[in-house]
Design a protein around this ligand. Structure first.
Ligand SMILES: C[S@@+](CC[C@H](N)C(=O)[O-])C[C@H]1O[C@@H](n2cnc3c(N)ncnc32)[C@H](O)[C@@H]1O
Length: 198
């Protein structure tokens, strides 16, 4: 199960690669037109979903989604996930690395990202305390992206720190990116992963 699956591309691709007999489930309250066909997409808030669902899962993933919930809801969600894991089932929680983050930013975006990452580092510590004997890993993805494509992503507010910026701030920021970055942008996108086995 992928909580906050977005378009469900990660578990969709895993499902095809591993030839899974059951489609992985992806839950998200937002529907995208191009949701991956290899997952069973459920268009619902995760807490609503768990009100009527009592199944247990082999793997539950929460990738770059936990920070959307406040502290109380996060605690509740982690506990629900633990209850819904099979024996030896695994919970994976992915989040952006909180120090030395290389994500290409314009000034105001960087400020917001820094603030968000500070909150995330507290979140990671809290979650880590709740999941006894967890393992923490880092995954580094070498990203190579054209500036044109990256600007499209900025326009689409691809990362949480862009969500509350005004249209004018985004336009100004894109101008800044245009002036400061090369046509092909290279950076390391690093995720931290908390792994808990039941
Ligand atoms: C930053 S995106 C991450 C998407 C995907 N996991 C990935 O890493 O590409 C966060 C996702 O969490 C979803 N989300 C927000 N609130 C949620 C909720 N209450 N229940 C389930 N998903 C939620 C959003 O709709 C969004 O698709």
């Amino acid at each position: 199960m992928d909580i906050g699956c977005g378009r469900g591309k990660i578990f969709g691709s895993l499902s095809r690669k591993l030839k899974l007999s059951n489609k992985p489930i992806g839950i998200d309250p937002v529907t995208h037109k191009d949701v991956d066909k290899s997952i069973e997409f459920i268009n619902e808030d995760i807490f609503e979903f768990f009100k009527s669902n009592h199944n247990k899962y082999d793997l539950i993933m929460i990738k770059q989604t936990l920070h959307f919930f406040n502290k109380i809801k996060r605690k509740k969600l982690i506990n629900i996930c633990k209850e819904h894991l099979k024996k030896n089932g695994v919970l994976l929680i992915f989040s952006l690395i909180t120090s030395n983050n290389e994500i290409p930013c314009f000034r105001i975006m960087k400020k917001k990202l820094k603030r968000g990452l500070k909150r995330d580092s507290i979140m990671i510590k809290d979650v880590s305390k709740m999941l006894k004997n967890n393992q923490i890993d880092e995954f580094k993805f070498k990203v190579s992206i054209t500036k044109k494509r990256y600007i499209q992503m900025l326009k689409g507010r691809y990362i949480s720190c862009l969500l509350n910026l005004s249209k004018i701030e985004i336009i100004k920021g894109i101008k800044e990116i245009n002036e400061t970055y090369p046509n092909n942008i290279l950076f390391d996108d690093v995720l931290i992963c908390i792994k808990f086995k039941n």
